[in-house]
Every structure is written in structure tokens, then in C-alpha cells.
Design a protein around this ligand. Structure first.
Ligand SMILES: CC(C)(COP(=O)(O)OP(=O)(O)OC[C@H]1O[C@@H](n2cnc3c(N)ncnc32)[C@H](O)[C@@H]1OP(=O)(O)O)[C@@H](O)C(=O)NCCC(=O)NCCS
Length: 251
């Protein structure tokens, strides 16, 4: 059994949590995935406090972002991830050691069996944690895209495009949904741009998301997909491995 720890003070008012009692940090059991949501719209004071939790390398990377908004979202995203990992492992945030794979997927040196992934868009960041297997998560704010038709043409397969034609009234929200199906899968398997979106084919049937095919024989594992939304017009997808996993939304 994993130890129960106090809810980290530094995450108060950052993690969007209206249902947790906030007193104890939840234990992550095998067979579960925890989903967290953090706000990226924080005061300068709060962002400064979070910046101090970053490793020296992360602080250096933060200083390279020219746009203040990008810098702030990087600081919050990384600091919250570090504090959540530390709470799961019952260690200090400064003792969390992360490195990235060649294609950029971060993993933990401290404990190879804690899997996690994050994604941010506009004003929120979402996180997934598992003790069983790799996870991938992606979130997007649904927003107007002037080049929507070109994006559909470039990123979807013929069968996906046919589905979009039949559902053209919802093409913008559908596009973001399919985008997050593909990105969350690419993030679960740790691929970056190498396996481009038109090489993956998904279907959406009555809310059920299915990966129909993947070209080039990447990852035949039977992945599962959960679509979710967040207040403010966000759509997201979690990709995970085991069918009967219990997914706990921490908000
Ligand atoms: C790596 C990639 C998946 C990240 O996606 P993104 O939308 O830019 O950013 P997100 O906020 O969702 O995720 C960023 C986080 O994912 C993680 N990440 C980075 N590379 C990763 C990889 N190869 N695999 C898994 N996770 C990765 C990191 O924690 C990163 O956070 P950081 O930049 O603060 O360190 C993306 O850059 C990419 O290569 N996309 C290609 C696929 C594509 O074109 N999809 C279109 C679908 S229609």
C-alpha cells in the first residue's frame, strides 16, 4: 500500500479541484489512472513561487522563452508536474529527477513504474498518472481555424474525411477531437513528429474512440481511449493500456 501524504500547499489555488477535500493527497493504486487539471491563469506572485520549485535546468529553459505567456505556462506546467510526482513518491519536489527520451517524452529516474504525461492549451494544463503502463494525454481549446479545410486535408485519412463530410455541421469541434486522439496516442507511444497524423486512422462511433490502423507497424498494443472535456470549451483525450483501468478525475 502506498503512503498517504498531505496535499501540497504549493498546489492550492493552482489545481482545479472542487470535489477533493484537499486535506490528503490521493493514493495512486495499480489499476487506476489519475487525471489532474491545473490553471495557467495565475497571479505573478504565484508564478514566482512555482518558478522556485523548478530544477536549475528547467529555470534555464524557462528563461529562453521570449513570450511571457509561453514562459509562464512552461513554469506552471513543469512545477505542478514536479510537485504531483513528489507527492506520489512522498519525496521533495527538488529530489524529482526527470530526463527525456530522444523524442522528448519525459520519464522519471526515481521510479520507473510511475508513468505520466501532460498537455496544455490556453488557460489549462492536464496531467495523467499511472503505476501500470505508459499514458498519453492531449487537450485543445476549440477555437476558430481559418485554414480548417487544409488542416483536415493534410491530417486526416480518406475514411476520416468521409466521416467529417457526413458530420460537416460539427467539423471544427470534430477536428479538435480527432487531433487530440492522434496526439494523445503519439504521446503515449512517445513518438514526436515521426509518425505523422495522416498515418493514424481513428473512428468515433457513439462516443467510442477506436484506433483503426497505424501505418509502418508502430505499436500493435491494444490501446484504449477516453475522450473528455473541460469547462471553457476544451476537448481532450487520454490514451492508456488496460481496458478495465479505473480513471479518477481529480477535479
Ligand atoms: C511532442 C508533441 C506530441 C507535444 O504536443 P504539443 O501539443 O505541442 O504540446 P502538449 O502541451 O500537448 O505536450 C507537451 C508536453 O508533452 C511532453 N512530451 C514532449 N515530447 C513528448 C513525446 N515525444 N512523447 C510524449 N510526450 C512528450 C512534455 O512533457 C511536454 O511538456 P514540455 O514541453 O513542457 O516539456 C508534439 O510536439 C508533436 O510532435 N506533435 C506531432 C503530432 C502532430 O502533428 N499531431 C497533429 C494531430 S492531427
Amino acid at each position: 500500500m502506498y503512503k498517504e501524504t498531505e496535499f501540497p500547499e504549493s498546489l492550492k489555488d493552482v489545481i482545479i479541484q472542487d470535489q477533493l477535500d484537499g486535506a490528503k493527497f490521493p493514493q495512486l493504486l495499480k489499476g487506476e489512472i489519475h487525471l489532474w487539471t491545473a490553471s495557467l491563469a495565475l497571479s505573478a506572485e504565484k508564478i514566482d513561487a512555482l518558478r522556485s520549485l523548478l530544477s536549475p535546468e528547467e529555470q534555464k529553459r524557462a528563461s529562453f522563452y521570449n513570450f511571457e505567456r509561453k514562459q509562464q505556462s512552461y513554469i506552471i506546467t513543469q512545477a505542478v508536474q514536479r510537485v504531483l510526482i513528489a507527492a506520489y513518491l512522498d519525496i521533495e519536489p527538488a529530489d524529482v529527477i526527470l530526463i527525456a527520451s530522444k523524442k522528448g517524452k519525459p520519464f522519471l529516474i526515481n521510479e520507473l513504474s510511475l508513468f505520466f504525461n501532460n498537455s496544455n492549451s490556453h488557460e489549462i494544463c492536464v496531467y495523467a498518472f499511472s503505476r501500470d503502463a505508459e499514458v498519453g494525454i492531449d487537450i485543445e481549446k476549440i477555437r476558430e481555424l481559418p485554414d480548417i479545410d487544409q488542416l483536415i486535408e493534410k491530417n486526416l485519412t480518406s475514411r476520416e474525411k468521409a466521416y467529417f463530410l457526413k458530420n460537416s455541421d460539427h467539423k471544427l469541434s470534430l477536428f479538435f477531437q480527432f487531433w487530440t486522439f492522434k496526439e494523445s496516442y503519439l504521446k503515449a507511444i512517445g513518438e514526436g513528429m515521426r509518425l505523422t497524423p495522416e498515418n493514424l486512422e481513428f473512428s468515433l462511433d457513439d462516443g467510442n474512440i477506436t484506433l483503426r490502423s497505424v501505418k509502418y507497424g508502430f505499436e500493435a498494443t491494444d490501446w484504449q481511449f477516453l475522450g473528455f472535456t473541460r469547462e471553457g470549451g476544451y476537448t481532450g483525450t487520454l490514451t492508456y493500456q488496460t481496458r478495465d483501468t479505473v480513471i479518477r478525475e481529480m477535479n
